[in-house]
Design a protein around this ligand. Structure first.
Ligand SMILES: C=C(O[C@@H]1C=C(C(=O)O)C=C[C@H]1O)C(=O)O
Length: 371
């Protein structure tokens, strides 16, 4: 365990020396994690058996990048002390708006005339940034999105990404398993929350598909929990937790990821039809957006704090293997003095193209507001 200031000093040193690192904050925790590399080698993983921090693209045919090793943590970072800047607002051009609406209309038409039931359509928006400071931007993200997994990831041969994602993909602690179905979006307001039929049906489809993809894993105590509202900054989503217990300690993360990724929350259903539609129609590569990222096979000390005099107990530390992966959403890639925001939304037969455009504008705002 080190101090948060030490973590920030290490981040600045890695940036100055142009070396890989990731710094991150878990949802609802003020704990920071950091993992660094002392060379600029690009390590990859296919089997997900290694230990480290994984950064995987949307396209599962492409290999995931690994920062190998075990992270160092700092406790109790006080994000409340971070000063957030004046809100910047994103302005999209009429061309961007018209192209997105046209693509959403094409998707709706495809859904009506084929087996495709849902497809997630996304876009990329470039915002020029002056005086961009990666670490300060990370701190502002952490301060604004307490419930999110917030990260700053850098590799000189791959690029720089930042994000504050509300969506967990896969959480394994020892034998416990958890994932979520997250879909349906509306702006947050403090009044009564009412969800439309489109959002409820979309969320049900995502949940059913994830549950069915997990059937082969024969999880014990497999449970689909009740639907809840999940706040992500100025947005609200519908969320269903799905939990269970593995019957053996040896779990193939590779096969779990094959079953889960990409979920209908970020790709669509049926998966192959949705993927084909995305690859053939979105006019840019998603790269790491809607991929996944997080800790892989990390040994966590689960021992309870003990009486210092009770030295014998120290020999029985409880170590449990943990994997905490998140979907790469509400993210940006910093490149050539510009922030490239990636935003999308789920399209079903009941979608309204103009409303779907507005949803991407609201999502873009969640990230742009900290630039
Ligand atoms: C695709 C994104 O978000 C996903 C799509 C959602 C929706 O369509 O309502 C909600 C949450 C995410 O699963 C994104 O934020 O870019």
């Amino acid at each position: 365990m080190i101090t948060t200031e030490e973590i920030f000093t290490i981040v600045n040193k890695q940036l100055q020396e142009d070396l890989p690192f990731v710094v991150y904050k878990f949802p609802n925790e003020n704990r920071l994690g950091i993992l660094i590399q002392s060379t600029n080698t690009v390590y990859r993983t296919r089997t997900f058996e290694e230990q480290g921090f994984v950064f995987a693209p949307f396209d599962s045919e492409k290999e995931a990048i690994l920062l190998p090793g075990s992270p160092t943590y700092a406790k109790d970072f006080d994000f409340d002390t971070i000063v957030t800047k004046q809100l910047s607002s994103v302005r999209a051009s009429e061309f961007e708006k018209d192209s997105h609406i046209a693509l959403v209309e094409k998707a709706i038409d495809r859904i009506i005339h084929s087996d495709l039931q849902k497809v997630v359509i996304s876009r990329k928006q470039k915002i020029d940034t002056q005086d961009f400071n990666a670490l300060d931007t990370f701190k502002r993200l952490g301060s604004k999105y307490a419930t999110a997994f917030v990260y700053l990831w850098y590799h000189p041969k791959v690029g720089m990404w930042l994000g504050a994602t509300p969506e967990s993909l896969l959480s394994i602690n020892g034998r416990s398993f958890e994932t979520v179905a997250l879909a349906g979006t509306q702006p947050y307001s403090s009044g009564d929350i009412i969800w439309g039929a489109k959002e409820q049906e979309e969320q049900e489809l995502v949940t059913r598909e994830i549950v069915s993809n997990l059937e082969n894993f024969k999880l014990l105590n497999f449970k689909r929990h009740g639907i809840e509202n999940h706040r992500a900054g100025d947005l609200l989503h519908l969320r269903t937790r799905i939990t269970g217990t593995f019957s053996t300690a040896e779990v193939s993360i590779e096969s779990l990821l094959k079953a889960l990724h990409p979920t209908p929350a970020v790709c669509g259903f049926p998966r192959e039809d949705a993927k084909n539609f995305i690859f053939n129609n979105e006019n840019y590569p998603r790269s790491f957006y809607t991929g996944f990222l997080g800790e892989l096979n990390i040994f966590q000390d689960k021992s309870k704090p003990r009486n210092r005099r009770n030295v014998e107990n120290l020999a029985y530390k409880t170590l449990s293997k943990s994997t905490q992966l998140f979907v790469n959403l509400r993210c940006m890639q910093y490149k050539d003095q510009a922030a490239n925001l990636y935003i999308g939304g789920g399209i079903t037969k009941d979608s309204n193209a103009v409303n779907e455009w507005e949803e991407t504008v609201n999502k873009a705002q969640t990230i742009a507001s900290i630039l």
